[in-house]
Ligand binder design. Sequence first.
Ligand code: MEV
Length: 443
Amino acid sequence: MSENIRENHRVSGFSKFDKQARRRWLLDHFLPGHDSGDFAFFDATNPDLQEVVDNFSENTLGNFPLPFGVAPNFLINGKVYAVPMVIEESSVVAAASSAAKYWLTRGGFEAEVIATEKLGQLHFRWGGHPDRRAALFPELERRLRHVTSGITARMETRGGGVRGMQWKHLPAVNEQCYQLLVRFGTGDSMGANFINTVLEAYATEIELWSSDSEQLNARERDLEVVMAILSNHTPNCTVRTWVRCPIEQMNLAGSGVDAADFVRRFCFAVDIARQDPYRAVTHNKGIMNGIDAVVLATGNDFRAVESAAHAFAAEGGTYRSLSRCRVVDGIFHFELTVPLALGTVGGLTRLHPLADIALDMLGRPSAEELMCVAAATGLAQNFAALRSLVTTGIQRGHMRMHLQNILSSLEATVTERKAATGFFDGRTVSHHGVRQYLEKLRG
Ligand code: MEV
């Protein structure tokens, strides 16, 4: 998609459009080459989709549909995106959209990928002396690289491959416990299959080396591979995203809250999450509301992303907020650094028709661009949650969506919905209360 097509892809009142109008708008602005027929995959009863989905897993009984939404107006690194989000929690897409719109007129989100390195580990028991590693490693490394050259060659043409390896001793586990820690580049793929294939080939070769290398004495021939697998801890595959603007522009229209007061309370809230793990976990959960939704929509592995993010948040021994906030010379600055091992080729990204459409909607981004989009969505989500928490409280927005869910469960008509929405504006929403209201309305 050309830069020109993406320019000015802003929209007002998207949430008021009906589903057809939303699809039309996306086709016109973000999905060139698609037509309305492509949305057939959004239909849970589509037999083609069913066949694909059934093959992803085992013992399937059916599907577990989640809503696929879109948060428009995301200005990230000067480009406007409509961000696809898959999430069941009410208010998350609305909050992301509202934060995106807020920042659209304040310079948008900036993001930069800090590094894209992935790790893999081969653990083994070895009878040799740890000091002999320096002498033995060159031959071992040469053999490992040689035996996988057929596997790594294609990845190297895409800018990836094996970036380095280290032979570590882990005496805390056991005097004979060793680890080969391997650093990988995986281009635009998440790389799990590539890394695990290389590591398993290493596992075979290291055992062969221990049996036939002329460098080894009898004790050194005692080698047993325990396991070979990638590490989901990816502290060197990180992205930083931030928003900034003068404090006086941080107004909240119609809230009655003064901009400076809002910024002071906002930074106070972030500082609490920097220090208190109980608050930090909830704070980071808000960030992951945004990130996971993009990760899911684009067919990436949200469990891997979650475990990496929380390990990163706990680096240094205390669990802290992933975002931080500061005011310097009257400029509000809010930023997030997070590890994100994402792919835009391979895996589910092509196999799942909806992930394929989500990536088309984003203009077929590189893995690095997707890292920026997902991180910015996480920061937007965090901003929206804190904005509510330090002003109106979170329940007001939640209750609006909660009411709609209760009305659906009670099969409210369009007219009843309208009446109930007006009636409960500013009132406490409960299932019992809404039921009573509808009963009265229905006579
Ligand atoms: C709810 O899903 C997320 C929040 O709890 C995040 C936060 O408290 O910052 C609202």
